[in-house]
Design a binder for this molecule. Structure first.
Ligand code: AMP
Ligand code: MG
Length: 346
C-alpha cells in the first residue's frame, strides 16, 4: 500500500515518511527539478528496492541527496576547494557534483564506481524530509525507467503507486528538468548531463568547464552510465522539428491525418496548428522546460500516436538541457537543419 501525504505549511506532516525512510522504506518526494524516489543511502537493501521499483538497470548509479554539510562530508572522501565554491554558489539547487565516495556509500548506490554523485535539493519538503530522516538519501527520478520523469505527484502515482511506501505531493516542480551532473574528479570539470545549472553559470565560477565529449558525439560512450539509455520517452512516437519550420510541421500533420493517426503538437511559438491536440509550452525556454515532461505524459493520456514537438531556436541557459531531453525522448527522430549541421547532440 502506498500512502500519499500532501505537503502543508507545517512540514511536520512529513515526519512519519522521514522515519520510514530511515527505517529502509521507499519515499517519493518533490524537488525543484523533478520528483525523486528516495531510500536511505546507507541501507543497501533499501537502495536495491529503488532499482526494483523503477525497473532501473543496475549499472546506472544514483544521486545521493543531502541536507547539510556534515551529511555531505560523510558520503565523500573530501571536498576539493573548487567543489566547495560550487556548493557555496549553487546549493541548494539543481547541480549534482561527482566526487570520490567515502566507505559509507556502497557500490549498490554507485553501480560499482568509486565516485558518488551528490546534491542538495532546493525544496523545503525535500530538505525537511532528509534532515528529519537523518540519513543521506539516494534518489533517482521517481518514474518507471525509460518513461518521462515525473514533475507532478499525479505522474508519480501513475508510475509507482503500489511499488513504493510513500508519495509526497508537493505540487508541480519548478524547474521541470533534472539537475546538471558535473564531474569534479578529473583535471577539467566536465558536464556529464546538462540540467538546471547552465554551462555559462558554471564557467563564471570555475573558469574552464566543458561538456563531456559523448554529449555531442553519438558515437562515443558516455561517462555517465545513465546517459547511454533510451530515456524520457512517451508511448507515442515523437518527432522533433525546428521552431520556425511551421510549413514542415503542417506537412507532417497532413500526412499523419491521411494515415488516420491521432496527432499532437508541443509548441513554443504561437502558430495556430490544425491538430487534434496542441499543447502550448510557453515561448521561453524555462517555461518549455517546466512543462515538457507533463506535456509528454498528457499526450500519452490522450492516446496520441504521433507527437510533433517544436525544438526551441535559442541557445544557452536551460536550452541544452531541454534539447538533450527532447532528443533522448525522440530516440533520435529529428527533422532539424540546426541539429544536424552543428552536430549539437546535447
Ligand atoms: P537520475 O537520478 O535518474 O536523474 O539519474 C542520475 C544521473 O546521474 C544518471 O545519468 C547517472 O548515470 C548519473 N550518475 C550518478 N552517479 C554517477 C557517478 N558516480 N558517475 C557518473 N555519473 C553518475
Ligand atoms: Mg531519471
Amino acid at each position: 500500500m502506498t500512502k500519499i501525504i500532501q505537503v502543508e505549511n507545517d512540514l511536520s506532516v512529513l515526519d512519519e515518511a522521514a522515519e520510514a525512510l530511515s527505517a529502509g522504506q521507499l519515499v517519493a518526494f518533490p524537488t525543484e527539478t523533478v520528483y525523486g524516489l528516495g531510500a536511505s543511502a546507507l541501507d543497501e537493501a533499501a537502495v536495491g528496492h529503488i532499482f526494483e521499483a523503477k525497473g532501473r538497470p543496475q549499472d546506472n548509479p544514483l544521486i545521493v541527496h543531502v541536507s547539510n554539510r556534515d551529511m555531505l562530508n560523510s558520503v565523500v572522501k573530501s571536498v576539493p576547494a573548487a567543489a566547495a565554491q560550487l556548493m557555496e554558489t549553487f546549493w541548494p539547487g539543481p547541480l549534482t557534483i561527482i566526487l570520490e565516495k567515502s566507505d559509507l556509500i556502497s557500490h549498490t548506490v554507485t553501480a560499482g564506481l568509486e565516485t558518488v554523485a551528490v546534491r542538495m535539493p532546493n525544496h523545503p519538503a525535500a530538505l525537511h524530509l532528509i534532515e528529519k530522516s537523518g540519513v543521506p538519501v539516494a534518489a533517482p527520478s521517481a518514474n518507471l525507467s525509460g518513461s518521462p520523469s515525473t514533475t507532478r505527484a499525479s505522474h508519480v502515482i501513475a508510475d509507482l503507486s503500489g511499488r513504493v511506501d510513500y508519495i509526497i505531493d508537493g505540487g508541480a516542480c519548478l524547474v521541470g528538468l533534472e539537475s546538471t551532473v558535473l564531474d569534479m574528479t578529473g583535471e577539467v570539470p566536465q558536464i556529464l548531463r546538462p540540467g538546471g545549472v547552465s554551462l555559462e553559470a558554471l564557467q563564471m565560477v570555475l573558469g574552464e568547464v566543458r561538456y563531456e565529449p559523448a554529449l555531442q558525439d553519438a558515437e562515443k560512450t558516455p561517462k555517465s552510465p545513465g546517459m547511454k539509455y533510451r530515456h524520457y520517452a512517451p508511448k507515442a512516437e515523437l518527432l522533433l522539428v525546428d521552431a520556425g519550420e511551421e510549413k514542415r510541421i503542417e506537412e507532417f500533420l497532413n500526412e499523419a491525418k491521411e494515415k488516420g493517426n491521432k496527432t499532437g503538437v508541443l509548441c513554443c511559438t504561437r502558430h495556430p496548428y490544425d491538430a487534434e491536440y496542441v499543447v502550448p509550452c510557453g515561448t521561453d525556454a524555462a517555461a518549455y522546460a517546466h512543462s515538457l515532461f507533463d506535456a509528454l505524459r498528457q499526450m500519452d493520456d490522450w492516446g496520441v500516436e504521433l507527437i510533433i514537438a517544436e525544438l526551441p531556436a535559442d541557445s544557452g541557459g536551460i536550452v541544452p538541457a531541454l534539447k538533450n531531453r527532447m532528443l533522448k525522448a525522440a530516440g533520435g527522430r529529428v527533422v532539424s537543419d540546426v541539429v544536424e549541421t552543428r552536430a549539437e547532440r546535447i
